[in-house]
Design a protein around this ligand. Structure first.
Ligand SMILES: [Ca+2]
Length: 293
């Protein structure tokens, strides 16, 4: 009898040990996913599906500078849009946030609308003649006339506001997570969300956005890279490596002086990028990186 009790106890202990080990492994894997931000030069991705059969090589792109234009080095760029020959820009920081109309070739600020000092302005997009501007943690967005920059209205949303673009129908916003929200521009209800994964891990801190030829281009906070995303699935379609675009000696010593600003000229097929406190706006051509380069 004692032997049987011992056997039962030993079996129970083994099951308990395996269960606890399994939990620990799951926790460890979860923490790895939370903390890992690195990624290899030659990438593969399973997107939302980690099945090995779906893993495919993701192309990486490099760039060629077509033009360099001046940019206000005090502009803490959070949103960038191209419209009828001008850049429209949202700048952040409390007490300094603004909406600007900027002459591309001179960088001259033609018009500047100050955002009330209790708001930290973020992403910006132009849809149906209106400019929509997010704020960081204030859960309030502003709507302006795209031609006059006159404030017309405001709207509310949950969570943080980071980047903003649109697909012609919906506003698409990032909020510091790996999720993009599609929002109705009239009711401001969330229509759907799309999650972005890099090799099975959440790709967090998606920042400034731009809708380019049916894809979403997204800055990632503190990285000199833009990720190209499928808007329907959030699947990663490619990476644009912008290291070296603005060398370290061209940057201010502010750790926040990072790449953040993508604008696309649909008619001219021109792509513009800049950063927070950067002295230049770059028109770039994206080129697929050849193997071994
Ligand atoms: Ca943009």
């Amino acid at each position: 009898m004692r032997c049987l009790q011992s056997t039962i106890f030993a079996t129970f202990s083994l099951v308990l040990f395996l269960a606890v080990s399994g939990c620990r492994n799951a926790e460890t894997n979860g923490n790895d996913a939370e903390t890992s931000r690195g990624h290899p030069a030659n990438r593969s991705s399973a997107s939302q599906n980690t099945d090995a059969s779906t893993i495919a090589t993701i192309p990486t792109y490099t760039f060629e500078v077509v033009n360099v234009w001046p940019h206000d080095p005090t502009a803490f760029t959070q949103g960038l849009v191209f419209h009828e020959g001008f850049l429209l820009e949202s700048t952040g920081q409390y007490g300094e946030s603004s909406l600007r109309k900027v002459e591309l070739k001179t960088g001259k600020v033609m018009k500047r609308i100050s955002v009330p000092r209790q708001f930290f302005a973020e992403g910006l997009t132009l849809l149906r003649g209106k400019l929509f501007q997010l704020t960081w943690t204030e859960r309030k967005g502003f709507i302006y006339d795209a031609d006059t920059l006159q404030l017309q209205d405001s709207f509310s949303y949950g969570g943080q506001g980071w980047g903003l673009t649109n697909d012609g129908d919906s506003l698409i916003m990032s909020d510091g997570t790996h999720q993009l929200r599609f929002i109705d521009p009239l009711t401001f209800q969330v229509e759907k969300t799309v999650d972005v994964f890099d090799e099975g891990r959440p790709l967090r801190e998606l920042n400034e956005l731009e809708f380019v030829n049916g894809e979403i281009f997204a800055n990632i906070w503190h990285r000199d890279e833009i990720v190209r995303l499928d808007p329907q699935l959030g699947k990663i379609l490619g990476w644009i490596d912008l290291k070296g675009l603005l060398p370290p000696d061209g940057r201010q010593r502010d750790p926040e002086a990072v790449l953040n600003g993508i604008a696309f000229d649909k008619e001219g097929k021109r792509l513009f990028v800049t950063g927070k406190l950067w002295p230049s706006v770059f028109e770039i051509k994206v080129k697929e990186r050849k193997t071994g380069t």
